[in-house]
Every structure is written in structure tokens, then in C-alpha cells.
Unconditional design. Sequence first.
Length: 80
Amino acid sequence: PDSNKDFIDPTNNAKSNKPPFPIVLWRFTRPHTLIGSAIAIPSIFLLASPTYSSFFTLSSLQSLAYAVFPSLLMNLYITG
């Protein structure tokens, strides 16, 4: 994608040089590190669970969410 492209401002339908927030966030981060962490953390969590069925319990998935969300935010802070 062309980084100098004009973006449409949804508030007044005029051309603006300010890109939308999701695009800014995507360019600010290093997406390969976020994707790698989002894959690696559940994979290691799955390897540490005693059985395959114990991975898919509500408390286990809740624990995984409590681990993944802050680690992705830390990753965003460190790489950005």
C-alpha cells in the first residue's frame, strides 16, 4: 500500500492526511511479533496442559486469556 495516500475522513467526507487509527496502530507495531506471540502463548499453554480435553475448560481458557492479553499489550509497548 502507498503510505502517502490520502485517506477519507468519515466525519466530514473530506480528504485528510491523517490515516485511521487501526492503520496507524498496525504500522506502529511489528505485526510479525504480535502474530508470533498470539500463536506461541496458546501453543505453550496447550503443551503444558495435562490432557487435551483439560485445555478446553472454562477456567483454562480464562487463564489463557489472562495470559495472552497482557502479554500482547507488553509486546506492543516493547516493539512499538
